[in-house]
Design a protein. Sequence first.
Length: 185
Amino acid sequence: MKTLDQTFLKSLRNGNENSFKCLYNKYFDALYLFGHKYISSQDVVEDIIQESFVKVWEKRSSFYHEAALKAFLYKTVRNSCLNQIDHRKVRMTYENQSAKDIHDEDYFLKNVIDEEVRRIIAETVQKLPESARLIYLLGLKGLKNSEIAEDLDISINTVKTQKQRATKFLKENLKDLFIFLPFMV
């Protein structure tokens, strides 16, 4: 394999696309075989190599020696392969745990209860008068009374009053839910 001379590296640093293509053609096969030692999937290895060359292109101005360029390519491929392996392990662990949870009756009941509680609360919030609902939802988003008043061009006292009415309405209409909730969990 012929080494890259300083003229070639300079043209690469200057963004010459033909130099980049030559670099790609020179190292692709070797990097593929190298990456394939870590990961068996052809598509994944090819994607990793493509991403590695993109990183070379982005950092092309910093390569003054072929040894540095070659080391960068191999380290980038290796690190990406290891990250892919770690990601796969995490995903498999999560999927295995999820598979166990999904078949568990308590998991099913908990999810049904969670979704029903959310649905009931959302329906009750929708029953609020429009102005109270808007103010209440803005408050839930973390806006302060003064910010809500400014945004809606109303007084702070109106905001406080509407929030109090909304809270009272929700407590009254959701009281049965809160009585049974501890027994459902």
